[in-house]
Ligand binder design. Structure first.
Ligand code: IMP
Length: 210
């Protein structure tokens, strides 16, 4: 891997912020789509987060000479049969917004007691190089849907994602604390370890080369 610029294949500023933070300190320059490759994103047609992440990664890899990091993530609510799932970003289509998505989830859960509001965030992440998926990671975090939005930080469904161990919604956590427990934080730690091992091997001091 000679190209040390890692293309982060997402236009979502919330995700860019979190992934950049989690990869800090690695000798990789993390570049965003809008900086280097302002092309139309591909349609998301996959049935799973992993399928969508792979499709995004392969799409951008055809247009980028170095490694591409793509991810797909979303919220699964048990009482809604796993919805919004891969439709998380566009749950309130035709003109979706975070606020409308949240309202729609809350409306569909009206009257559902706390014990039956189990939900999880899921994140599928892939690294693609030269048109080939070379690594995949997955992270999940369990919680439940709050009765109303709380907190100002984060993005997406964070204000209604209640995390019982901390008795807070994700929007009530600082960026650092969210990264420690979140689906994306978990996936990105796998990714970080992967890059650390690769970089070590490239610099010639991997234990198996000693
Ligand atoms: P994607 O860009 O298709 O992966 O859209 C993922 C959508 O899932 C986002 O737009 C959010 O609505 C939701 N989502 C994913 N990760 C998070 C998170 O960490 N917090 C809140 N919402 C999230």
């Amino acid at each position: 891997m000679t190209e040390r610029r890692l293309l982060l294949a997402t236009g979502n500023p919330g995700k860019v912020r979190e992934i950049r933070r989690a990869l800090e300190g690695l000798p990789l320059e993390v570049v965003g789509l809008s900086d280097v490759l302002p092309v139309k994103p591909p349609a998301e047609r996959g049935r799973t987060f992993a399928e969508n992440a792979r499709a995004k990664g392969l799409y951008y890899s055809r247009r980028w000479p170095g490694p591409v990091l793509a991810e797909d993530s979303g919220l699964e609510v048990d009482a809604l049969g796993g919805a919004p799932g891969v439709r998380s970003a566009r749950f309130s289509a035709p003109r979706p917004s975070d606020e409308k998505n949240i309202r729609r989830v809350l409306r569909q859960l009206e009257g559902v007691p706390p014990a039956k509001r189990r939900a999880r965030f899921v994140c599928a992440m892939v690294v693609v190089l030269n048109g080939r998926v070379i690594a995949e990671f997955r992270g999940e975090v369990e919680g439940r849907i709050a009765s109303e939005p709380r907190g100002e930080s984060g993005f997406g469904y964070d204000p209604i994602f209640y995390y019982p161990p901390l008795k807070k919604t994700f929007a009530e956590l600082s960026g650092g604390s969210k990264n420690e427990i979140s689906h994306r934080g978990r996936a990105v730690r796998g990714l970080r370890a992967y890059f650390e091992a690769k970089i070590k091997a490239l610099s010639g001091d991997a234990p198996d080369r000693a």
